[in-house]
Every structure is written in structure tokens, then in C-alpha cells.
Design a protein. Structure first.
Length: 206
């Protein structure tokens, strides 16, 4: 029997330089190059397959520009996002202080009210330079109904878990995703009367 499959759309946001692109490169390619990344312009999309609760998910990962200069990121880009990963840098207070404005932008533009929110505290490898404590991050996350993980794109700590947990929460949220009809075990025909009800539920992803 074929494996159930789905596509999930995740968006990564946060101030320029917090390490959004580095986290994605670590997650997708398991690679990190210090000081070699350039600022993202508009946005990049990466893909990664992940098995979650026995479901094969194709993750479309939208890496956005944090810099105002390169942000022509349209509100349309948020359309149908099922998960948003908010990032800050534990060595940079302003990246933590500006999280609220990222939250506001996302809340205004995400059309799915039940999208999954994850807060990632990046660069924990730079322990000597840390200015935002674990407790500060956790408190912010709790106050805004976000999951919370501390991570380092440099060492890979926490990175896989962050993306896995977001994906798992989406899969476990009824109506936030649906199986790909053409790849489902029941074949291509959407009018297939033998199709299980669980294959039909959900709001669809773009
Ligand atoms: N030590 C350390 N450096 C990191 C880590 N993650 C990213 N960096 C460095 O931080 C700098 C910025 O990383 P980027 O991934 O380009 O940041 P960004 O958030 O994508 O920035 P924009 O594209 O401008 O929004 C680069 O020099 C990275 O090498 C980390 O976990 N630890
Ligand atoms: Mg970037």
C-alpha cells in the first residue's frame, strides 16, 4: 500500500542576521559555513522530505529576507502557510525585541488562524556572548502560544527537532493539512467513493 503524502508550507522569519538561511541550510543540506552567507533577497524556497507519524511530508521552506532593504516580501507569500518559524539570535537583544513586530506582521497576513508557531533561539554555540536567557525565550513563547527550541545552525543542535516538531504539530492539527490525492493509497480519482473520510478532510494547502 502506498504511503500517505502531503505538502506543508513553512515560513521562516526574523531580523536580518539571526541565521534563518543558515538554519535552513543546516536542516536541508546538513551544512554550515561561518560568515559565508549573503543576506537573502526577497525570499528563497527550499524543499525537504520528512516522515511524520508515518506520513511522507514534502516541506516547502520559505526563507525570507530580514533586511528592510531586501524585503519586497508580499503579504501574498504568507498565503496558506501552515507553520511559521520565528527566529532570534541569543547574542543580539534587538533581534529578540523585534519579535513582536514579526508576530504582528505574520498574524495580520496569515490566512489560516490555526497555523503553528515555533520560536527558535539560534546561535547557542556562542555561549559567552549570550544576552537572552533560555527563560526569557521560553516566557515569550508561552505568552504567544508558540513552541520553543534553542538551536545552533553551527553545531546543528536543536535544528532537526525544530522542523520536526513544527511538522508534527501541523500533522496533528485537524483541518490544517490534507493528503495529496494523486499520491494517496486510494488513487487519483477525487470522486472515488471508496475513499476514506480522513483522506478528504482539511482545508488544502497551496
Ligand atoms: N556562531 C554561529 N553563527 C551563525 C549561526 N547561524 C548563523 N550564523 C552566522 O550568522 C550570520 C548570518 O546568518 P544568515 O543565515 O545569513 O542570517 P539570515 O537571518 O538569513 O539573514 P537575512 O538573510 O539577511 O535575513 C552568518 O555569518 C552565519 O554564518 C549559529 O548558529 N552560530
Ligand atoms: Mg537569509
Amino acid at each position: 500500500m502506498a504511503q500517505t503524502r502531503c505538502k506543508l508550507k513553512l515560513i521562516v522569519v526574523g531580523q536580518s542576521g539571526v541565521g534563518k538561511s543558515s538554519l535552513l541550510v543546516r536542516f536541508v543540506d546538513d551544512h554550515f559555513e561561518e560568515a559565508s552567507t549573503r543576506p537573502t533577497i526577497e525570499c528563497d524556497i527550499k524543499y525537504k522530505q520528512l516522515d511524520v507519524n508515518g506520513i511522507r511530508c514534502t516541506l516547502r521552506l520559505w526563507d525570507t529576507a530580514g533586511s528592510e532593504r531586501f524585503r519586497t516580501f508580499s503579504t501574498q507569500h504568507y498565503r496558506n502557510a501552515q507553520g511559521v518559524i520565528f527566529c532570534y539570535d541569543v547574542t543580539c537583544k534587538t533581534s529578540f525585541d523585534t519579535l513582536k513586530s514579526w508576530l504582528e506582521e505574520v498574524e495580520v497576513n496569515c490566512n489560516r488562524p490555526d497555523f503553528v508557531r515555533m520560536l527558535v533561539a539560534n546561535k547557542i554555540d556562542r555561549a559567552d556572548e549570550r544576552v537572552i536567557s533560555t527563560e526569557q525565550g521560553r516566557t515569550f513563547a508561552r505568552r504567544h502560544s508558540m513552541m520553543f527550541i534553542e538551536a545552533s545552525a553551527a553545531t546543528a543542535e536543536g535544528v532537526m527537532m525544530a522542523f520536526q516538531e513544527v511538522s508534527q504539530k501541523i500533522i496533528e492539527t485537524p483541518g490544517l493539512w490534507e493528503a495529496d490525492e494523486e499520491l494517496s493509497p486510494y488513487g487519483n480519482n477525487p470522486t472515488n467513493l471508496n475513499q476514506s473520510p480522513s483522506q478528504n478532510q482539511g482545508g488544502g494547502c497551496c
